[in-house]
Ligand binder design. Structure first.
Ligand SMILES: C[S@@+](CC[C@H](N)C(=O)[O-])C[C@H]1O[C@@H](n2cnc3c(N)ncnc32)[C@H](O)[C@@H]1O
Length: 316
């Protein structure tokens, strides 16, 4: 049985990424894109987070699919090319293969080594579905290689990963998703909804400290990618709900005065100062529906769980 094709559009050691990191660390306040949280270890730690009782998004989204996937599939139709944005372990798409019946599967992720492994194993389980892996960073633009094919497309973007972008960036990405979907394209997307602060903050600051490890792993990435001498022991994980902007924020907070040095730059952080590492925006159903329409989707349908903690939209 063939292994899936893999196309690499993303180079981790590029000068552009090093510049992006150095600029972010030098900014006030210091900030680093959440895309840097994901290397092979970061992806494994994220998968561990999804197993935590406090991390409701994965199991709530799964429960919505368990009940409503057939209705969603009826809106979407079979035989499409299913394009999984930020596929990670590819598990969510795989659970839907039976009901969505895609003709082919294209998995896109920045965490290239992890994606390769996940896709190889998935292809062994589903030898009849043609699969393609694409190592890409779609944070500034979403571009697919011609090998993704021209059949009718279903863009799949679960896990509320779109929440990592500001609403303005999310709008830009959704417009690109609409363009990549082309005529007859459909989008299946999972969105985390606004809820009680305590539920939100526990989900991003679990007592087992798996999320802390996920966040702190960024310091090791700074070493690998930028040659920066950041020490994990010098920082602690902070997660808080910023109600004004309707987003969970993750930060790395200096435990003492720290100077980060890398070739060509340095950043001093006083004790208590933070590096902002992730946003996770929380929407209302109405607010996200408006965003989809602003992005050019004219037909939308939405399913939620009984507590209205999470929503899955189909848009075309
Ligand atoms: C929150 S995880 C979600 C994983 C999986 N889709 C799920 O719902 O459980 C986000 C995924 O998107 C990937 N990712 C993050 N930023 C990305 C970017 N800029 N370009 C491509 N993939 C990205 C990560 O590597 C990770 O696999």
């Amino acid at each position: 049985m063939a292994t899936p094709r893999f196309i690499q559009l993303h180079q981790e050691d590029s000068a552009a990424l090093r510049l992006e990191l150095a600029r972010g660390l030098s900014a006030s306040p210091a900030m680093v894109s959440p895309k840097f949280l994901y290397d092979a270890l970061g992806s494994r730690l994220f998968d561990a987070i999804t197993e935590l009782p406090e991390y409701y998004p994965t199991r709530t989204e799964r429960a919505i699919f368990d009940v409503h996937a057939a209705a969603m599939a009826a809106c979407i139709g079979p035989g499409r090319t299913m394009i999984d944005l930020g596929a990670g372990s590819c598990e969510k798409a795989a659970r839907l293969f039976g009901v969505m019946q895609p003709a082919r599967y294209v998995a896109v992720d920045i965490s290239v080594d992890y994606l390769r492994q996940a896709l190889d194993s998935l292809q062994r389980q589903h030898p009849r579905i043609e699969m393609l892996g694409v190592g890409a960073d779609f944070s500034s633009s979403l571009v697919l290689p011609p090998e993704a094919g021209r059949g009718e497309r279903l863009l799949f973007y679960p896990g509320s990963s779109i929440g990592n972008f500001t609403p303005e960036q999310a709008l830009r990405l959704l417009r690109q998703v609409r363009d990549v979907g082309g005529a007859g394209g459909a989008l299946l997307i999972g969105i985390d909804l606004v809820k009680d602060r305590s539920v939100l903050e526990r989900a991003y600051d679990d007592p087992l400290q798996v999320t802390a490890a996920f966040n702190l792993n960024l310091l090791r990435r700074l070493d690998t990618l930028l040659g920066c001498d950041a020490r994990v022991e010098d920082f602690s994980h902070v997660a808080l709900f910023n109600e004004r902007d309707s987003r969970i924020e993750m930060h790395l907070q200096a435990r003492r005065d720290v100077t980060l040095r890398w070739p060509g730059g340095e950043r001093r952080l006083a004790e208590g100062e933070r590096i902002h590492t992730e946003n996770s925006y929380k929407y209302t159903v109405e607010g996200f529906d408006r965003l989809l329409r602003e992005a050019g989707f004219t037909r939308t349908a939405c399913w939620t769980d009984p507590q209205r903690w999470f929503a899955v939209f189909v848009a075309s």
